[in-house]
Ligand binder design. Structure first.
Ligand code: KIV
Ligand code: ZN
Length: 408
């Protein structure tokens, strides 16, 4: 299992690049406080946002998208205070391709150590024709103007092509080329509606990498939504095909079915070293960060959620429990300690076997012989058939009522 990464930096093409233990670095752009906070009923106040932002910085994210400053005075204030507070990560504010939005965002992030403006416009036929009643050429003009204007305030300007997932690749390459020429440092390719298949999204990144002139001056970014449950798979397909930033949220929260889940993409890259990709994330903080965001947002994490769900390291069937007790790796691909969980749990239910009962009984102080275990197990099954889960206090009662002469 993996140690936390150490870093080496090298300079090439006059641009700073970072490698992590010989692997290509994938930047983690966290949008929990912007796209994540768009979840109905999940309003956070400035103080809560500051606490989350500080934790994200500690976690090692590269960019914190702190909000959409023109959207409300409260959001402006939150972005502004986060910009003042954060020591390491880039702090980013979202805008539309509208002058006033850009001015307000620039003002909100002006005190950040590393400020970024994230501006953009819809690029699919449905956006151009029906939302803007416009043409492709006019949309390119607006995009270029927005990026050029944002560049008058900050060096680091990210451009998003909203609904890129359903945008024709040739037009997408044209608009990307134009905004890179205007100074965009990051090209965000959002699958806004969560429509793409992984091979399609990966091919889109590859096409842009191969067809956008000047692409070496910018990095490609994955921003995937989860409407078909494919946000994580699509983001991984994106980085495998040349993107070097993933936009994601803690617990995958976000509009509708949510965004790419930060903990999932980070652990996929860690568990598959052959991808030769890694991030700056201190994975040991993932569990606590997930709990903190869930509590502050009042949004529970589904128990079977990968990496951070309460069942992610829990084993309840007899066959699996026996395997895990003998050798953890039999049924676990991640060491729970790597994501901040002290140990896997053996849950006692009516599907559990003797090995699990002996293991849990030992943990609470009963070393049972084989004969004693047989007797206690029969008693255990009676309890387990009427209770969903047998807890430590039940184990005491079960052992002591089994007539084997044992008391704790
Ligand atoms: O999903 C999306 O297209 C977005 C953009 C505003 C970046 O969130
Ligand atoms: Zn989004």
């Amino acid at each position: 299992f993996r140690l936390q990464p150490s870093f080496t930096t090298f300079v090439s093409h006059s641009k700073k690049q970072v490698e992590i233990m010989g692997k290509d670095k994938v930047e983690i752009f966290d949008t929990t406080l912007r796209d994540g906070e768009q979840v109905p009923g999940c309003k956070l106040d400035t103080e809560q946002k500051l606490i989350i932002a500080e934790r994200l910085d500690e976690l090692g994210v590269d960019v914190i998208e702190a909000g959409f400053p023109i959207s409300s005075p409260g959001d402006f204030k939150s972005v502004n205070e986060i910009a003042k507070l954060i020591k390491n990560a880039t702090v980013c504010g979202l805008t539309r391709a509208v002058k006033k939005d850009i001015e307000v965002a620039a003002e909100a992030i002006k005190d950040a150590k590393r400020p970024r403006i994230h501006t953009g416009i819809g690029t699919s036929e449905s956006h151009i024709k029906y939302k803007f009643n416009s043409t492709q050429d006019k949309i390119i003009e607006r995009a270029v103007d927005a990026v050029a204007y944002a560049k008058t305030f900050v060096e680091d300007v990210e451009f998003y092509a909203e609904d890129a997932g359903r945008t024709d690749n040739e037009f997408l390459a044209r608009i990307c080329e134009a905004v890179v020429k205007a100074g965009a440092t990051v090209l965000n390719i959002p699958d806004t509606t969560g429509y793409c298949l992984p091979e399609e999204y990966g091919a889109k990144m590859k096409y842009l990498k191969e067809n956008v002139k000047g692409i070496d001056r910018a990095i490609l970014s994955c921003h995937c939504h989860n409407d078909l449950g494919l946000a994580t798979a699509n983001s991984i397909a994106g980085v495998v095909n040349g993107a070097r930033q993933i936009e994601c949220t803690i617990n995958g929260i976000g509009e509708r079915a949510g965004n790419t889940s930060l903990e999932e993409v980070v652990m996929i890259m860690r568990q598959h070293p052959h991808l030769n990709l890694d991030t700056n994330i201190n994975s040991k903080l993932l569990w606590d960060t997930s709990t903190m965001v869930s509590q502050k947002m009042g949004m529970p994490v589904q128990p079977n959620k990968a990496i951070v769900g309460s069942n992610a390291f829990a084993h309840s069937s007899g066959i699996h429990q026996d395997g895990v007790i003998k050798r953890r790796e039999t049924y676990e691909i991640i060491d729970p300690k790597d994501v901040g969980v002290s140990e896997s749990s053996i849950v006692l239910t009516a599907r559990s076997g003797r090995a699990a009962l002996a293991y849990r009984a030992k943990n609470v102080g009963y070393e049972l012989t084989k004969l004693q275990l047989d007797t206690v197990y029969q008693n255990f099954l009676k309890y387990a058939d009427v209770k969903k889960e047998i807890l430590d206090e039940d184990i005491h009662e079960i052992v002591e009522t089994s007539n084997i002469g044992m008391k704790s």
